[in-house]
Write a protein that binds this ligand. Structure first.
Ligand SMILES: NC(=O)c1ccc[n+]([C@@H]2O[C@H](COP(=O)([O-])OP(=O)(O)OC[C@H]3O[C@@H](n4cnc5c(N)ncnc54)[C@H](O)[C@@H]3O)[C@@H](O)[C@H]2O)c1
Length: 249
């Protein structure tokens, strides 16, 4: 049986890497994509050592032409694109909105929001011509469904991702394309750690505001993404699934 093909952006680290590993374990051929070449190669190595199939493709998701190349090359080389995980993202900084630098705001929007937009457009264009459609999972955040004090750019970008997710789900369900989002709370990844390390007191408060009294692991988010990318979730479409230990319950 032909392997299904999955693209995971930002899979050189954290949640993206855990997702790429899990999808490979579930017999997807995984296109590992990132701007960090070392991280990308490491993910590729781990997948191959575990007996999985992976290929690397460098791509900055905020660059439209690079995104088009990623999708076109994948489609022409492998014949289909069955699952896309739009995971690449940046955190920005902790700052009050009136002090947030415009350049940094633009950068966060370019990667987290416009990057998802470029990838979704390419994915939809290809999937709508496929008999079996496909799945798209966008990695948003709890900051995409509520306030995220001191992280205005991040919150704006992640709210936009939810809007794009729901709209595409409504438009493309008839093509058998499902589009969902995951909304994790703080996850123990390099991004999670670097944000928390800037303010220890805030980190402690955040941890204890989670009913399970801990932060999440990348693998726990990957499990939800893999489920949303599988037939087991065949009637789940347009959802924002919280992976937050009950924080927003
Ligand atoms: N860690 C958390 O606490 C947390 C919580 C909620 C949501 N998220 C989201 O999860 C996703 C993954 O984050 P993570 O925690 O694994 O972070 P991470 O920093 O460990 O990994 C992010 C990856 O994205 C890549 N990347 C950054 N800019 C890119 C670009 N322009 N093009 C392609 N790749 C790029 C990085 O090189 C890195 O490998 C992000 O969208 C993030 O916003 C993270």
């Amino acid at each position: 049986m032909k392997h299904k093909i999955a693209i995971v952006t930002g899979s050189g680290s954290g949640i993206g890497r855990a997702t790429a590993l899990l999808l490979a374990k579930k017999k997807f051929t995984v296109i590992v994509s990132d701007i960090n070449e070392d991280g990308m190669m490491e993910t590729d190595d781990i997948i191959r050592s575990a007996g999985g199939t992976a290929h690397v493709h460098m791509c900055d998701v905020s660059e439209k032409d690079q995104v088009a190349d990623l999708f076109k090359t994948t489609k022409s080389t492998h014949g289909s694109i069955d699952a896309v995980v739009n995971n690449a993202g940046v955190g920005g900084v902790f700052a009050f909105t009136h002090q947030y630098e415009d350049d940094l705001y633009d950068k966060v929007i370019a990667v987290n929001q416009t990057g998802v937009w470029y990838c979704m457009k390419q994915a939809l264009l290809i999937m709508k011509e496929q008999r079996d459609g496909g799945t798209i999972v966008n990695v948003s955040s709890l900051a995409g469904i509520g306030a995220a004090p001191m992280m205005s750019a991040y919150a704006a970008s992640k709210h936009a991702v939810i809007g794009l997710t729901k709209t595409a789900a409504a438009e493309y369900g008839k093509f058998n394309i499902r589009v969902n989002a995951v909304c994790p709370t703080v996850i123990d990844t390099p991004m999670g750690q670097s944000l928390l390390s800037t303010n220890e007191e805030l980190a402690t408060r955040m941890k204890y505001s989670i009913p399970m009294k801990r932060f999440g692991e990348s693998e726990e988010v990957a499990e939800v993404i893999a489920w949303l990318s599988s037939k087991s979730s065949s009637f789940v479409n347009g959802q924002e699934i919280r992976v937050d230990g009950g924080q927003k319950a």
